[in-house]
Design a protein around this ligand. Sequence first.
Ligand SMILES: Cc1cc2nc3c(=O)[nH]c(=O)nc-3n(C[C@H](O)[C@H](O)[C@H](O)COP(=O)(O)OP(=O)(O)OC[C@H]3O[C@@H](n4cnc5c(N)ncnc54)[C@H](O)[C@@H]3O)c2cc1C
Length: 337
Amino acid sequence: TYSLKTDLRLAASGIILNQDLTEDFDWLGIDRFTLEIVLRREFCLKFSNQVEWKCNSRVTELIVDRSLNIVKGVKYRSKKNTGSPLLEIYGDFIIDCTGHNTSSPKWLKEKFNLIVPTIQIHYGCGYVTCIGERFRTGDPSLDSVAVIGSSVNSPENNFGFIVTPMRTIDTTDHDSLGILATLAINCVNSEYPPNDSYENLLEWAKENLDQEYYAVLKSIKVCSPLLPYRRAVDARKYVETLGKKWPQNYILLGDAICALNPQYAQGMTHALRHARELGKIFGESCHMLKDISHIFNRRAAVVTEECWFASTANDWKTPTLKVIETHKNGEVKTYQR
Ligand SMILES: Cc1cc2nc3c(=O)[nH]c(=O)nc-3n(C[C@H](O)[C@H](O)[C@H](O)COP(=O)(O)OP(=O)(O)OC[C@H]3O[C@@H](n4cnc5c(N)ncnc54)[C@H](O)[C@@H]3O)c2cc1C
């Protein structure tokens, strides 16, 4: 982990944001695959004989008792053999944490005729990401920090930049900082940076990014393909507004409830705070199982609201903004600036 106060250099519109924090925070620099392995190991160590993994499987529908408004289980099948029969699994409490493309809205409509109110904010987000070894730029204010980032501030500045460590590496090269890092250039307003070659990206960066970020990009020895990602939107489901219409023993958690602008790196914290809240509710030992999904939806909404506000405040300023709202009655409204 890195100190947000001293190991990072985060800027917006040329102003360094993190140096005057009254309280320090840890920044976790890790790639998602390593993180997943670490989390799974922790999980197994804690609950070894209570866990059964079902890998390479896709959940395809809910098993419900509509008259009791309860989700009792799910049907799933092997991803490797899509023609295989559906299998069933039952549980006392079922958590949908299948991310922002969750099929829950579809399943809930099919099984309970329940429409989940949603909002999607399309701000033309695009990422080009790669992995590389960091080398000295010659500028101590850049070389001394582990994380360097600058956020979008549309419409004046539609590009952001972040370099964040994944792991330290042993090296005898004195010009190397000994850091394997993820580098990402992001945009809004569909002004996508090129990803066809490093040379083109570098040339583009020279024209479109501040010189210090160009210097960091130039000093990185890229060791992966340049990966584009253009599907990120702010997407929130207002599950809490459905009250007791929401089924018992079933919740959405993390991105499944709300996907946030990746630029602010809140997604993991958001999901983990949801998980902690759920743990607290079970830990309070005074709630009936049938009430837990409703209590969770209310408390999770508070967490989501905080992250949502931070995530979307700037996105509203995007010149080509598109917003799609689905109301409780099923009416869909699209607004395009
Ligand atoms: C470009 C980009 C950069 C990001 N950078 C950061 C960052 O720096 N820091 C940060 O905190 N967050 C970041 N995020 C956000 C972060 O990735 C997400 O918030 C986080 O992964 C959400 O976790 P989750 O478990 O809710 O969903 P996911 O990580 O999406 O996991 C969902 C899982 O469910 C599986 N699944 C889907 N459908 C089914 C099904 N029907 N049956 C069974 N399994 C299914 C999927 O295969 C997947 O493994 C970034 C996101 C993007 C797009």
